[in-house]
Design a protein around this ligand. Sequence first.
Ligand SMILES: *[C@@H]1O[C@H](CO)[C@@H](O)[C@H](O)[C@H]1NC(C)=O
Ligand SMILES: *[C@@H]1O[C@H](CO)[C@@H](O)[C@H](O)[C@H]1NC(C)=O
Ligand SMILES: *[C@@H]1O[C@H](CO)[C@@H](O)[C@H](O)[C@H]1NC(C)=O
Ligand SMILES: *[C@@H]1O[C@H](CO)[C@@H](O)[C@H](O)[C@H]1NC(C)=O
Length: 258
Amino acid sequence: MSIRKHFVFIVFSVCVYGSLQLIPLPDYIHPCSELSDECFTKATMDAIPGIVKGIPEAGIPSLDPLYLEKNISMTLPGNLKMTFHNAKLVGLSTCIPDKVSSRRKKRTFVFDMHCNFTVSGQYSLLGRLLLFNLDTDGQAKIKIYNQRIRLEVVERVVLNKNGEGHYKINSYKYKADYGTDLKLNLTNLIRGNPAISAQVLQVLNADSQTLAKDFGGPILDYAIDYAMNVTQKFFDAYTYDQISYVPLTEDFFEKEQE
Ligand SMILES: *[C@@H]1O[C@H](CO)[C@@H](O)[C@H](O)[C@H]1NC(C)=O
Ligand SMILES: *[C@@H]1O[C@H](CO)[C@@H](O)[C@H](O)[C@H]1NC(C)=O
Ligand SMILES: *[C@@H]1O[C@H](CO)[C@@H](O)[C@H](O)[C@H]1NC(C)=O
Ligand SMILES: *[C@@H]1O[C@H](CO)[C@@H](O)[C@H](O)[C@H]1NC(C)=O
């Protein structure tokens, strides 16, 4: 039986039994009926503003702001240990897809995009920076401009026991280009000395590319992992037939192991 027939059969069953019901697809999701970059890029562009607001009926939380539920720690040059806590990331809604392509044979989608991010929250810092031994904490604000990201997502389609196909993310990886502009603001960097704090910040900000990599990396790791979890939720909520009009070929899907 083809997927399409399964689908018709399920819709029929729903009418008869009224038990299985598909969640209606939001109107800003525009499925592609061809595998062109043009369609995927446009569909991604159309989908981002709506998806980042969250889709409550699909159990999808808002992504902007994104509250970082874990402490994010990083080690900066000079063995400086920095931790962010109670932080939030604003900006996933600003992401602009430059190109989205499907590499069907490799079951891979490639997203090239750029985004503006602001991270704010509390920080603590321990270690040596320039001439200072630091053991301090305060408020942090980091602005990252035009962060370029290439995200590759490998996925397959799994048939559940109702015969509905759903995408499953197998793995993902990303590369970020840290040639971007970044501005870091930390309050209370040198305890009780705002003037020197401001100077040290200025020195730090002078090498914004190193900063972008050291700070941006761990934060992007978190944000992208979170976004992938949300994407999987989206795929669990909506069937392949709802979100794609490209017919499935046999090699693309697998039966779910029970
Ligand atoms: C996060 O960091 C704060 C400040 O350093 C600390 O009080 C808190 O216990 C940490 N939370 C976790 C889960 O590690
Ligand atoms: C990021 O912000 C800059 C400066 O405000 C703006 O020129 C640019 O268009 C923004 N980029 C995105 C992806 O929103
Ligand atoms: C850093 O943030 C503080 C507090 O919000 C503010 O008073 C200060 O002007 C900011 N510094 C820079 C360089 O933006
Ligand atoms: C994503 O989901 C995995 C598995 O449930 C979980 O371990 C991980 O912490 C989640 N990532 C984020 C950033 O919430």
